[in-house]
Design a binder for this molecule. Structure first.
Ligand code: ADP
Ligand code: GLC
Length: 501
């Protein structure tokens, strides 16, 4: 019998199943989290191993690959293979990948083709992660067998279902990084998922006549978490539950809200190799130099007294940047400047491109996904704008604070949990770390921008808020403790009552 309480945590073995991990594959914050979590868990005595799709960058970083299992192939083609080996960028840590050249070695992104459209066979591309997790849970690798399978987002959502239908005594945990992406596929794809017919059920993978990978994970996992306490509450409500609030409310374990951390080994202005001048809270000259360098490089007027705002974001409706487009004249008052780094939605790209023409020397659009530029923007900026409609956690506001830029955010989800608005009271108590607006309306965003402009003209108060922001610590160690507790909870729920099938 497994020991699960406290004493059992040292040596607990957890398989982390995900589609992205820094520094190999990244489209967003999921990759930052999956890249940082294994190390933080290791410091608590939990051994975790990553299981990733064999994208070219993953294959290139994988050494000593050995075949563990040939996975099902319910379609005509080459069967995906589960390989064990080591991942170079993770200090040669043991890891797993699914090798399937037909599925993963294509031009474009991890989820979409070069035009940005989702790959039509995404159910085939991500189901093998679940089969690989099931094979490992069954003991396919004699060297290592997980106690817990931790599935991240819909890409891994089929894993808890596959485990529970195989009747295995390995617990599963499902973490929602973004409930808006659910992995929905036409009903007939169910036949290619290698699950028993019983899985096609409203209490299973079926969601309004479609297959839902996310629902499969939520229904079958012994424990569910998401990436901030506020988002954990918000998604229980039909208004923000993306149709899955009922499934979440019905889960016996509830939804834990474990706030993401920052990997300060990667995101620290005193050691960051990607920024031109290093600095810290006591020595801010380097920040001024980073700002001047950025202004110079991108054709902005080089003025230290111009408030420089930055956006580092996927350009999607989630991020609320359409609201920002509506208030640009106010945002750019008093000689303020803005740099937008992002790509995605054609309409948003066009909106910012047009604005860059309208405000030459004041607004720049960098239409790219560029890691080094992202670091340089945080280092240079005075304000980082995150007006998201919803935000499960959000990492850019945390990076902003670490680099002495004040975040200006819509107070939802993780943004509400991490940014303290510079109200008069918060300033008086020396608690302010940024700016927040409540209603998702142009007038509210405008009012927050106005407060930012006003504070900018009071350098001593600005410096106080900046110091408070830079002193914030969002440590992975705290988050790792939360996950350990969740793993234990999942294991005890599994032993108390087998997973619902
Ligand atoms: P999400 O995961 O919803 O995109 P997060 O704030 O959690 O939002 O994480 C975004 C991550 O992606 C951060 O690491 C951020 O720096 C990075 N990022 C977003 N857009 C870009 C971009 N255009 N170029 C480089 N990095 C980007
Ligand atoms: C998702 C969310 C973001 C979160 C990230 C990492 O992409 O949109 O808010 O920070 O996952 O958990």
């Amino acid at each position: 019998m497994r020991v699960v309480d406290g004493v059992g945590r040292a040596g607990l073995k957890v398989l982390q199943v995900a589609a992205e991990a820094v520094p190999l594959v990244k489209t967003g914050g999921l990759a930052d989290v999956v890249g940082a979590l294994p190390d933080a868990l290791a410091r608590t005595g939990v051994h975790s191993r990553l299981l990733l799709p064999g994208f070219p960058a993953v294959k290139a970083a994988f050494t000593g690959a050995r075949l563990v299992a040939t996975l099902p192939c319910p379609w005509t083609g080459e069967a995906p293979q589960l390989m064990a080996g080591r991942l170079k960028p993770f200090g040669d840590a043991p890891a797993y990948m699914v090798v399937a050249p037909d599925l993963y070695e294509r031009p474009g992104g991890p989820y979409s083709d070069p035009s940005g459209a989702a790959w039509a066979d995404n159910h085939r591309r991500f189901a093998p992660l679940a089969w690989a997790a099931r094979a490992l849970a069954r003991g396919a690798d004699r060297a290592w067998q997980p106690d817990v399978v931790h599935a991240h987002d819909w890409h891994a959502g089929l894993a808890p279902a596959a485990l529970s239908h195989a009747g295995l005594t390995v617990a599963s945990v499902m973490t929602i990084h973004n409930l808006a992406y659910q992995g929905l596929f036409p009903a007939q794809t169910f036949l290619e998922l290698d699950l028993p017919a019983a899985a096609w059920d409203v209490n299973g993978v079926e969601f309004w006549g479609q297959v839902s990978f996310m629902k499969a994970g939520l229904h079958h996992a012994q424990a569910i978490s998401t990436v901030s306490p506020t988002y954990a509450r918000e998604i229980l409500d039909p208004a923000m539950g993306c149709g899955l609030d009922g499934v979440l409310r019905a889960h016996p374990g509830g939804v834990a809200g474990i706030l993401n951390g920052v990997d300060y080994r990667v995101w620290h202005p005193a050691t960051d190799p990607l920024i031109p001048h290093r600095f810290d809270a006591r020595q801010l000259e380097g920040k001024a130099l980073c700002k001047a360098a950025l202004q110079q490089a991108h054709g902005l007027v080089v003025r230290p007294d111009a408030m420089l705002m930055a956006v580092v974001s996927r350009l999607t409706s989630q991020k609320g940047l359409d609201l920002l487009l509506q208030v640009l004249p106010q945002a750019l008052e008093h000689g303020a400047q803005m740099v937008v780094l992002g790509q995605g939605d054609a309409q948003l790209e066009a909106g910012f491109a047009a604005a860059a023409q309208r405000y030459p020397g004041a607004l720049v659009l960098l239409r790219a996904h560029d890691e080094a530029l992202a670091h340089q923007l945080f280092a240079a900026a005075d304000v980082v704008l995150v007006p998201s409609r919803f935000e499960p956690c959000g990492l850019t506001q945390l990076y902003a604070m670490a680099y002495g830029a004040l975040p200006l955010v819509h107070d939802v989800g993780g943004l509400a949990d991490t940014v303290q608005d510079a109200t008069l009271e918060a300033l008086e108590e020396d608690e302010a770390t940024g700016f927040a607006f409540h209603r998702f309306e142009p007038a509210d965003l405008q009012a927050a921008l106005r407060r930012a402009h006003l504070l900018w003209r009071r350098p001593a108060q600005w410096a106080q808020v900046q110091q408070r922001a830079m002193a914030q610590r969002f440590d992975w160690d705290r988050a790792a403790q939360g996950y350990v507790a969740l793993y234990e909870q999942a294991l005890s729920r599994l032993t108390a009552a087998p997973a619902p099938v």
